[in-house]
Design a protein around this ligand. Structure first.
Ligand SMILES: [Zn+2]
Length: 179
């Protein structure tokens, strides 16, 4: 976690779990001279969205800071996710599987660098032969992007299927190796 430089004058407040950035915006309201900093990852809320730091906030001097959990950290703490990707790698060589995993980690890092709320939560290898790669994300567009990256990397080696759940705000992407 990065250390943020600011003077803390506010009392510690813990806000309710806010599942999406849109709801955060409504709850915090624009143009308030107070700042919310995530106690877990150090993300800072200003100009209606979460940032990696105060850079770009145009505020100098003391800041009124409230500590809270950002929507992404709250989601992780609540064991929830908005995107889930299952990749069947049973027809791939071990080397190819490792390359795929490494590539997906990079995709997650790039997404996080662009927006601190967009993250890979977990990247696991599952199944009896360790052939299922399961990825969970804080945001459903990231799961869709991962699906596209898998398709690109494993072109012609299988098929992709995307499922949108109406009951929960979750997108699931399945990639199955061709037999
Ligand atoms: Zn956070």
């Amino acid at each position: 976690m990065k250390t943020q430089k600011f003077s803390q004058r506010g009392t510690k407040t813990f806000l309710r779990y806010t599942p999406s950035p849109r709801k955060t915006e409504q709850e915090f309201g624009p143009g308030r001279h107070e700042y919310f900093v995530c106690s877990d990852c150090g993300a800072v809320y200003f100009k209606k969205s979460w940032h990696h730091s105060f850079r770009g906030s145009n505020v100098r001097g003391g800041k009124h800071v409230h500590f809270t959990k950002c929507p992404a950290c709250a989601m992780i703490a609540n064991k929830k996710f908005e995107g889930e990707v299952f990749i069947d790698t049973s027809n791939l060589s071990g080397k190819m599987r490792q390359e795929l995993i490494q590539h997906l980690r990079h995709v997650g890092e790039r997404a996080y660098a662009r927006d601190p709320m967009h993250r890979i939560i977990k990247l696991q290898v599952q199944g009896s032969k360790g052939s299922i790669v399961r990825v969970t994300t804080t945001e459903n567009q990231l799961a869709i992007r991962i699906g596209r990256e898998v398709e690109k990397l494993l072109k012609g080696k299988g098929r992709k299927r995307v499922e949108f759940s109406k009951e929960e705000d979750v997108v699931r992407v399945f990639w199955k190796s061709a037999r």
